[in-house]
Design a protein around this ligand. Structure first.
Ligand code: ZN
Ligand code: ZN
Length: 398
C-alpha cells in the first residue's frame, strides 16, 4: 500500500504517513487537525530527567511555542517536575491566555503577565515550588550575560547547560504539524507555478523573488520561510546568493530556493531551471548529476537510517562525477517551526531517522564562472521510505 492513505483512527499504520496525501492548494479549505500541544510537556519531562536536571528554562521562542502554543515575540517557560509557568509582558496578555487555552494547557501551564521583575519573581517562585536545584538552560541559545542573570534570579538553583532537549522532541512531527507543513509546501508549489513563466521574460532576479514572495502571501502564507534565493547565470555558483538586479538571460541556470510559512510551520524547496530549454556543455552534465544525486538521497531516506548515510548517497555520486569539491554544504536539515532544525543531514551525521521526522535533501554543484545547480525537496520519513511534501515538477526548462 502506498504512503498516501488517510489517517486511520488511532494513528497511522506501520509504514504509513500521517498525511492525507492531498496537499494541493485546492485542499486548503478543509479543516486542520489540531496540534497535539498538551502532551508535549509530559514528553519533555522525560527529556529533562535524561538531561540530569530538575527543570528546564526554555528561552528559545520556537521551543516556547512548541511547548505552550504561545507564538509571541517575548516569553519564557520554566518546566519543573510538577508544573510549568509561562511569563510574558503586557503586549501579550490576551494572546497568551487564548493560545494556552487553545493548546489545552488550562490548568497545566500557569501564566504570568507583567514587567520584567514580575516575570523574574514568578519564575523564581516556580523554581522554589519545584525544589529545583539543578536548572537546565538551553546552552546553545543562551548568552553568557543571560546565563549570569538567570543564576542570580533563580538562585539557589544552579544553572546547568543542556543541549537539544526540546529540539529532540520537535524532530518528530504530529499529524497537525505535518498537515501544516504540507500546506506550506503546497502554497510554495502553487506560487512557483505562477511565477515560473517570468524566468524567460528578461526580468531581474529580485523581481522574480518579489513575485514569489507576493504569490505565497496571496495564496495563504503568513510569511516566507526565509529570504528567497533567485540566483542566475554566474550567481548560481554561489549557494546562498541574494537576489540581485541581474537580468536573467537565455541559457542561464537559475537556482530558486524558497519556502512558505503556514501557521508557524515552514517549507523548503529548490528547483534549478535552464532558461531557453536545454543546457549546454559542462552545465548539462551538472544538471544530470545533481538530479541523479538528489534522487539517490531521497531514495536513501527511511526510518532507521543514519542521516550521514543519506548525505553519502548524494555525495558519492557527485564525487564520482569529479565534483567532490564543488558540493561544499551539507545535504540537508530538519525543518519545522524553524527553517533549520534538528537533525542535520551532513557528512558523518549520526542522527538516526525515525517515522515522521522531516528533513530536506538538497545536494548541489557550484562551478565558479559557469553556474550551479541545486535541487531540494522536503520529505517526511516513513518506516519504509519517505513522503515528499514539495511536489513542484523537476523539469528544467524555463
Ligand atoms: Zn532551501
Ligand atoms: Zn534547505
Amino acid at each position: 500500500m502506498g504512503i498516501e492513505g488517510t489517517v486511520a483512527p488511532g494513528g497511522p499504520a506501520a509504514g504509513e504517513s500521517r498525511l492525507t496525501g492531498d496537499n494541493s492548494v485546492m485542499a486548503l479549505d478543509s479543516a486542520l487537525p489540531p496540534l497535539q500541544v498538551a502532551d508535549r510537556l509530559a514528553r519533555l519531562r522525560a527529556g529533562i530527567d535524561a538531561a540530569g536536571v530538575d527543570a528546564l528554562l526554555v528561552t528559545a521562542l520556537p521551543n516556547v511555542r512548541y511547548l505552550t502554543g504561545f507564538s509571541g515575540s517575548a516569553g519564557v517557560v520554566l518546566v519543573t517536575g510538577r508544573g510549568a509557568v509561562l511569563v510574558t509582558d503586557g503586549r501579550y496578555r490576551t494572546q497568551a491566555a487564548e493560545q494556552l487555552t487553545a493548546a489545552g494547557h488550562d490548568g497545566t501551564v500557569e501564566l504570568c503577565v507583567g514587567g520584567l521583575q514580575a516575570q523574574r519573581d514568578a519564575l523564581a517562585d516556580a523554581a522554589r515550588a519545584g525544589a529545583v536545584t539543578r536548572l537546565g538552560l538551553e546552552a546553545d541559545r543562551v548568552t553568557w550575560s543571560a546565563k549570569r542573570r538567570w543564576a542570580e534570579d533563580l538562585a539557589p538553583a544552579e544553572p546547568v547547560p543542556t543541549s537539544g532537549v526540546v529540539e529532540l522532541l520537535r524532530q518528530v512531527k504530529d499529524a497537525g504539524e505535518l498537515v501544516r507543513m504540507a500546506r506550506a509546501a503546497a502554497i510554495a508549489d502553487a506560487a512557483l507555478a505562477e511565477v515560473r513563466p517570468l524566468l524567460a521574460q528578461h526580468v531581474r532576479e529580485d523581481e522574480v523573488a518579489l513575485a514569489l514572495d507576493t504569490a505565497m502571501r496571496r495564496l495563504g502564507a503568513e510569511d516566507r520561510a526565509f529570504e528567497t534565493i533567485v540566483a542566475s547565470g554566474p550567481n548560481a555558483a554561489k549557494p546562498h546568493a541574494r537576489p540581485s538586479k541581474r537580468v536573467i538571460v537565455e541559457g542561464d541556470p537559475v537556482v530558486v530556493d524558497f519556502g512558505a510559512i503556514f501557521e508557524g510551520y515552514r517549507s523548503d524547496m529548490t528547483r534549478t531551471f535552464c532558461v531557453g530549454g536545454e543546457p549546454a556543455g559542462t552545465l548539462a552534465r551538472v544538471f544530470d548529476v545533481v538530479a541523479e544525486a538528489q534522487a539517490a538521497g531521497v531514495a536513501a531516506v527511511r526510518a532507521g537510517v543514519a542521516t550521514g548515510d543519506v548525505d553519502k548517497a548524494c555525495r558519492d555520486l557527485i564525487a564520482d562525477a569529479g565534483w567532490k569539491d564543488a558540493f561544499e554544504h551539507g545535504t540537508g536539515h530538519g525543518v519545522g517551526l524553524d527553517i533549520h532544525e534538528a537533525p542535520s543531514v551532513g557528512p558523518g551525521s549520526t542522527a538516526i531517522l525515525g517515522p515522521d521526522v522531516v528533513v530536506t535533501v538538497e545536494p548541489g554543484v557550484y562551478l565558479a564562472g559557469i553556474g550551479g545547480v541545486r535541487v531540494e525537496d522536503t520529505v517526511v520519513v516513513t518506516v519504509d521510505g519517505c513522503h515528499t511534501l514539495t511536489r513542484f515538477p523537476k523539469d528544467i526548462a524555463a
